[in-house]
Design a protein around this ligand. Structure first.
Ligand code: NAD
Ligand code: ZN
Length: 347
């Protein structure tokens, strides 16, 4: 089969590799029908993720059709159309029993396209298939549910739920990339009064408004702290969600929150960040962090089914699976192409 193979920092090739085989009775083999590329794949290609070895097939998102299952798989059979979670879950360890699949103790967590071969391929092996796949409702298209593999649960779980967004509140989302936009989309399920988007790229801020932000601030052009105070009776926001992952944006996020408010960090930080505890302690601020668990996929599937979550709006460019290299170029050059999420479909 063909797959997108990582060959060290900056090196990737769409090339022939052996087809995956069932290795454990709990495995399933899935033919990939639709997949996508994530910011995390770009991090791997930059060399930020040294645990990814030369020869690894990338990708941790997508929808496919089951072609075979191991003898211990009970929930799925050949022919089922399934959504693949970016997080694999043994389902039995202490953390999985609490829905914290990202922290799985038996070799699950974020492994796809990271520690084992992933979904940017014609076929993929899914470990712990019973707990790591979700049946796709018949009436929904692949594109409608594709982003439930990773970014929608990420924005929802690590941003909106950990931030405890409540009706009538003011929210700020720092970074209007796919993950920030997913937080903006799902925050609206809780009827906040204001959702303020911050980014340095105007095209991203326009997208944020389309996705439901009530206000947009270009923090490269104006004093964002001042602008947010003006919109929030001088207090700052109830919940500030960090969706970039650099020290400057974490500090900005922390400076936007009102006394008693919450900072929900989604961004993946590669460098130490300054925490101004000397300013925050007296203001009763709560800070949360997290790796997505994807425990909300069933809820999000129902929200898509009911028409309340237009997740497919994140798709901006479409390719055939074997146009993987072009798709990467488009996604990599998002500032020129205005790409949010690229969709790759089996021909
Ligand atoms: P992205 O790079 O596509 O988007 C980031 C956005 O931030 C862009 O629109 C960019 O213009 C904006 N930005 C950059 N610098 C800025 C600044 N100084 N001020 C304001 N805006 C700025 O990334 P994404 O795919 O949307 O992901 C966002 C973050 O979420 C990344 O750090 C990613 O690794 C992380 N992530 C976390 C989890 C998790 O489980 N916690 C899961 C997936 C992704
Ligand atoms: Zn991802």
């Amino acid at each position: 089969m063909k797959a997108l193979v990582y060959h060290g920092p900056g090196q990737k090739v769409w090339e022939e590799v052996p087809n995956p085989q069932i290795q454990q009775p709990t495995d399933a083999i899935v033919r990939m029908d639709t997949t996508t590329i994530c910011g995390s794949d770009l991090h791997i290609l930059k060399g930020d993720t040294p645990e990814v070895i030369d020869g690894r097939v990338l990708g941790h998102e997508g929808i496919g059709t089951i072609v075979s299952v191991g003898s211990a798989v009970h929930n799925f059979r050949e022919g089922d159309r399934v959504l693949i979670s970016c997080i694999s879950a043994c389902g039995r360890c202490e953390y999985c029993r609490k829905g914290m699949y990202g922290q799985c103790l038996n070799g699950g967590g974020w492994i796809l396209g990271h520690l084992i071969d992933g979904t940017q391929a014609e076929y993929v092996r899914i470990p712990f298939a019973d707990n790591s796949l979700y049946r796709v409702p018949e009436q929904l298209s692949n594109e409608q549910v594709l982003f439930l593999s990773d970014i929608l649960p990420t924005g929802y779980e690590v941003g909106v739920l950990k931030g405890v967004v409540q009706p009538g509140q003011s929210i700020a989302v720092i970074g209007a990339g796919p993950v920030g936009l997913a937080a903006i989309l799902t925050a609206q399920l809780y009827s906040p009064m204001r959702i303020i988007a911050l980014d340095m790229i105007d095209a991203r801020l326009e997208k944020a408004r389309v996705f439901g932000a009530t206000d947009a601030i270009n923090n490269g052009q104006v004093d964002a702290v001042e602008a947010v105070r003006t919109l929030t009776d001088g207090l700052g926001v109830d919940v500030a969600i960090e969706a970039v992952g650099i020290p400057a944006t974490f500090e900005l996020t922390a400076s936007l929150v009102r006394p008693g408010g919450r900072i929900a960090n989604i961004g993946v930080h590669g460098k130490p960040v300054t925490l101004h505890l000397e300013q925050l302690w007296i203001r009763d601020v709560t800070i949360t962090t997290g790796l997505v668990d994807t425990f909300t996929i069933p809820t999000l599937l129902r929200m898509v089914e009911s028409g309340r979550l237009p997740a497919e709006k994140l798709a901006t460019h479409r390719f055939a699976l074997d146009q993987m290299m072009e798709a990467y170029d488009t996604f990599l050059n998002a500032s020129q192409t205005n790409a949010l999420k690229v969709v790759l479909n089996r021909a």
